[in-house]
Write a protein that binds this ligand. Structure first.
Ligand SMILES: Cc1cc2nc3c(=O)[nH]c(=O)nc-3n(C[C@H](O)[C@H](O)[C@H](O)COP(=O)(O)OP(=O)(O)OC[C@H]3O[C@@H](n4cnc5c(N)ncnc54)[C@H](O)[C@@H]3O)c2cc1C
Length: 340
């Protein structure tokens, strides 16, 4: 009997060995690393995870825990066994008064958000990409536009159920098995498999206003960020840098592309839609180069947009990794980036 057949006898859930199932988990979002497993296990319970860990230990096989597979450099891949945690994706309990939700670790954040939305509840921190799992981002910390105030998603995790490398199911929190709790959060799947999590949730307001600001001076941006984080005048903050290609300049004998850097800042506030935020007060003393736009909308619609953005990013990465055309402007920006 092959090891995959033997494994199928140990597990209540599915053990998949067909080519399509193994191919589907042979790479991740980054598509840089390819590792096709011998078997994909879709566990039916935490007990199945125990069986897989013990089986792998006994047969000296590697196990990788996979959530949404959105990591970029092969962290969720294995040549032997991939534990497909998406099979464990249920919400177990919502405690509205206590402000907590308990769910299985393979649950996608998008599904959690959708299930909490009717009560106007949501986790304090959400990543830009919601098609990742609770276990996946707790394993990598999970940063979002509200992290400047609430920390990471791992900081907003109250308790975990974990299957350890010894194949034991252990509950841990700040008060119980603290060492395991601290190791597993942001542990990239190296210290145990998270099977269940209890997370903080909060009541949010239904609408938002976003100010789109553009900086041409990094020091001004950093000073302003310090100001607005200190006086807490916004709820969500997101910023990044973008090169504006300036063409070519002569460096030594060769003409070399160069860029001017700009720094967009999106500063958003949750609103109830009745009181209009006072723009003059919100933008007081900030030293941006341009106030590009202002947007009012529904929180739920904003989350839908993130799905669209993700699809576009995936499309772009797909094109690039397939040697696709990025266009003359793309190549110029690329060269400028390498030049900086
Ligand atoms: C387009 C895009 C946008 C992103 N935006 C953000 C962002 O805004 N903020 C941010 O913080 N991150 C962001 N990320 C990174 C992403 O959140 C992390 O890579 C995250 O770990 C992916 O979760 P996943 O469910 O896909 O996990 P996977 O990629 O499947 O796994 C990630 C790691 O976690 C481990 N793991 C997964 N599940 C478990 C479990 N149940 N128990 C133990 N270990 C487990 C895996 O073994 C692996 O090491 C983004 C990624 C992409 C591709």
């Amino acid at each position: 009997m092959s090891w995959t057949e033997e494994l199928a006898h140990e597990v209540e859930g599915q053990v998949l060995t067909d080519d399509a199932s193994r191919e589907a988990v042979a790479t991740d979002f980054g598509r840089l690393v390819v590792r096709k497993p011998g078997a994909v296990v879709r566990p039916a319970s935490a007990q199945d995870v125990v069986s897989v860990v013990k089986f792998a230990g006994k047969h000296t096989l590697g196990v990788s825990t996979r959530g949404g597979g959105h990591s970029q450099t092969g962290q969720s891949l294995s040549e032997h066994i991939v534990l497909d945690m998406a099979a464990l994706g249920q919400v177990h309990h919502v405690d509205e008064e206590g402000g907590t939700v308990t769910c299985q670790a393979g649950l996608k954040w998008r599904s959690l958000v959708e299930q909490l939305a009717p009560q106007q509840l949501s986790p304090p921190v959400l990543t830009n990409n919601l098609d990742v799992t609770v276990g996946g981002t707790l394993s990598s910390a999970g940063l979002g536009v509200a992290s400047w105030r609430h920390g990471t998603q791992a900081d907003n995790c109250l308790a975990l159920e974990v299957v350890t490398g010894a194949g034991e199911i252990v509950r841990c929190s700040a008060d119980q098995n603290r060492e395991l709790f601290d190791a597993v959060r942001a542990g990239m799947g190296q210290f145990g498999v998270i099977t269940e999590a209890t997370l903080k949730i909060r009541r949010h307001r239904p609408k938002f206003r976003s100010y789109y600001l553009l900086y041409d001076n990094l020091n001004f941006l950093l000073d302003d960020l310090q100001t607005i984080m200190t006086d807490e005048r916004f709820d969500y903050l997101e910023s990044w840098c973008a090169p504006c290609a300036q063409g070519f300049r002569k460096v030594g004998p060769a003409h070399t592309p160069f860029a001017q850097w700009f720094f967009p800042l999106h500063a958003s506030i949750e609103t109830d839609g009745v009181d209009v935020p006072d723009t003059t007060r919100k933008l007081r003393s900030l030293r941006f180069y341009k106030h590009v736009d202002v947007e009012d909308g529904e929180i739920d619609a904003r989350l839908d947009d993130s799905e669209l953005l993700l699809a576009r990013t995936k499309e772009l990465i797909g094109n690039l990794s397939a040697g696709g055309e990025i266009g003359a402007f793309g190549r110029l920006c690329d060269a400028a980036l390498l030049d900086q």
